[in-house]
Design a binder for this molecule. Structure first.
Ligand code: GLP
Length: 236
């Protein structure tokens, strides 16, 4: 595992975008695993810049996102599909049919989980997976639990996650209580993993990277992966 300390969010975003950009240069038809939340917004901003300056071509890239809220359609401004369209997909030359997220509005969520897991494998797996980390150590929406979930599944969000994510909703009652997420097993199948964390996550990050590997701190499982790069900020 490589842990790269940077001064601030700007530096974190620039470095993360360089690493993702390098993956695209190395393999133009790569599969990028993408994340939502505040942490990757700056990274996406830098990728858009690189594309506009003619340095990055996404025309063959395929993307799969970690997770999606249940019950929100893709055109709902709080859905992760909307977030991705807004921050990245509509601003670079990704082909829309090459961008994938779980469908949180699917009538049969069980079936949707199977479809999404199979889709990821049918693309040949993820070359580079971008991750943030939740305050309780969650990755994707894999909340602390008694075992590491192997595949894409639905989850009940914890109170602390609902609280943390409510800042993006008008009212806390509007935050969905369920989500579909890649399993920890799905995430671990990625060839390479890039985790980005702001200074406010240093505490949980330290526990995840140096403490015991336990499903109570889902990100701790990254200690077992062969190719993880962590970028962490010293300051807000
Ligand atoms: C959400 C997402 C996670 C993300 C986490 C942290 O719960 N499902 O993938 O890592 O939030 O978000 P932020 O970067 O906004 O702190």
């Amino acid at each position: 595992m490589r842990v790269l300390e940077v001064s601030n969010y700007e530096e974190m975003s620039a470095l993360a975008a360089e690493l993702i950009g390098a993956q695209v240069l190395l393999k133009p038809r790569c599969v990028l695993g993408l994340a939502t939340g505040s942490s990757p917004i700056g990274t996406y901003e830098r990728l858009v810049e690189a594309h506009r300056e003619g340095r990055l071509d996404f025309s063959q890239v395929r993307t799969v996102n970690l997770d999606e809220y249940c019950g929100l359609r893709g055109d709902d401004p709080n859905s992760y599909r909307f977030f991705m369209d807004h921050h990245l997909f509509s601003r670079v030359n990704l082909q829309r049919e090459n961008t994938h997220l779980p469908n949180g509005a699917a009538p049969d969520l069980e079936e949707e989980c199977h479809r999404y897991e199979a889709l990821i494998q049918s693309l040949g797996g993820v070359d580079l997976q971008l991750l943030g980390i939740g305050r309780n150590g969650h990755i994707g929406f894999n909340e602390p639990s008694d075992s590491f979930p192997p595949v894409v599944h639905t989850v009940q969000l914890t109170e602390s996650t609902i609280q943390a994510n409510s800042r993006l909703f008008e009212r806390i009652e509007d935050v969905p209580t369920q989500a579909i997420t890649m399993g920890v097993g799905t995430i671990l199948k990625a060839e390479r993993i890039l985790l980005i964390a702001g200074a406010d996550k240093r505490y949980i990050l330290e526990e995840a990277l140096t403490g015991r590997v336990t499903p109570q701190v889902p990100a701790s499982v990254l200690q077992l992966h062969r190719d993880v790069t962590v970028i962490v900020c010293r300051e807000e």
